[in-house]
Design a protein around this ligand. Structure first.
Ligand code: C5P
Length: 341
């Protein structure tokens, strides 16, 4: 039996990085939003005991390091199932692009494999297995608008934001997420300032670093900004039609000044990405940002027509730009399954 599942991408509506943790990860706060761009994952099972990954894109690893392989291994183990599992990845999304493609591919594999085996994991087991494979996987078990805390793996469904028109630009640059986090650490004074503050140091010269906000202070501040933004949404649009709700969401989002911290380390390294953000804004985007650690950039627009026009303009400038839309939780799940045969 073969099960085909759409593996949708995500963007980050704001991303704030906190202190480096003892386990090597960073605490963060982000709002994930699933979008309509997708890969397709086809999973088939037959008698045997081997996992194989097939993909025509040479940038995708086919060995046991592939996220699809890793999750399939765990799903089989958890279900106590023994099968030959074939996973075919039809790649359309950028690789190392900051839109969570590898994470989404893995979750699509989990969903398809459960169907192919006609067995179901508990919700808790699904989330646990997803988080073990990577921080950005669990969001794809929720879909729509999702709050991400912890290292990003702790996810909570948020009020489903209405669908918003957008343009996604995918430059031919792969950004390593661990490297981007390391660059962030080099930029931000973190634990050192905490130690100095708690030690008190009366009379000691105050290092300039102390005048900068601590990582934990920033996350608290961000929590307040996000909470204020999200709690304003039902009031501004609960009874309004989709279009005006989307419009309100955009104005509110722009007002919060929500940001992606990765821009501060990725833009200096790849100035062309900062330029693309500028081009999105010049093309009429109400809100433009890097997604995750990049290199994908997106811009939110007031209408599908405005997004389509902007995408055309960016393509004329030689950029790989496509008009699409955000995907509500309901649509995410409704459109996820392609076919079974
Ligand atoms: O969880 P995932 O495997 O996607 O993370 C890849 C790497 O990115 C981690 O090993 C870590 O170096 C970095 N990371 C981090 N903080 C996070 C998420 C990822 O430092 N919240």
């Amino acid at each position: 039996m073969t099960v085909a599942v759409r593996s949708f991408a995500k963007i980050n509506l704001g991303l704030y990085i906190g202190a480096a943790r003892a386990d090597g990860y960073h605490d963060l706060r982000t709002v994930y939003q699933t979008i309509a761009l997708h890969d397709v994952i086809r999973v088939s099972v037959e008698r045997g005991s081997r996992i194989e990954v097939l993909c025509k894109d040479p940038r995708v690893p086919l060995d046991s390091s592939n996220t699809c392989y890793r999750i399939a291994e765990r799903v089989l183990d958890e279900l106590g199932a023994k099968s030959k599992v074939s996973i075919e990845i039809e790649k359309r999304l950028p690789v190392q692009g900051g839109v969570g493609a590898a994470s989404s591919n893995a979750v699509a594999t989990l969903v398809a494999l459960e169907r192919a085996l006609k067995k179901k994991l508990s919700g808790d087991a699904r989330l646990r297995i997803a988080a073990a494979v990577g921080s950005d996987l669990p969001l794809f078990l929720v879909g729509g608008t999702v709050l991400g805390v912890g290292r990003g793996e702790e996810v909570y469904p948020l009020l489903d934001l209405p669908s918003v028109s957008m343009v996604v630009v995918t430059p031919e640059i792969g950004v390593s997420t661990p490297k981007a986090f390391a660059d962030w650490d080099a930029l931000m004074p973190q634990d050192k300032t905490t130690e100095l503050r708690s030690a008190g140091q009366p009379g000691a010269a105050v290092p300039t670093q102390l005048t900068q906000p601590l990582a934990s202070d920033r996350l608290l501040e961000v929590g307040r900004v996000l909470s204020a933004w999200l709690s304003s949404l039902p009031n501004t649009g609960a009874s309004a039609k989709g279009g005006s709700r989307a419009g309100n969401l955009l104005s509110d989002l722009v007002r919060t000044g929500i940001e992606n911290d990765f821009e501060r380390v990725v833009f200096p390294k790849y100035p062309e990405l900062r330029d693309i953000k500028g081009e999105l804004e010049r093309a009429g985007s109400r809100y433009a940002s890097l997604s995750g650690s990049g290199s994908t950039l997106y811009g939110l627009f007031r209408s599908p027509a405005e997004a389509a026009k902007a995408a055309r303009r960016l393509r004329k400038q030689g950029l790989k730009a496509v008009a699409t839309r955000t995907l509500t939780r309901q649509k995410y799940w409704k459109q996820s399954l392609v076919a079974s045969r």
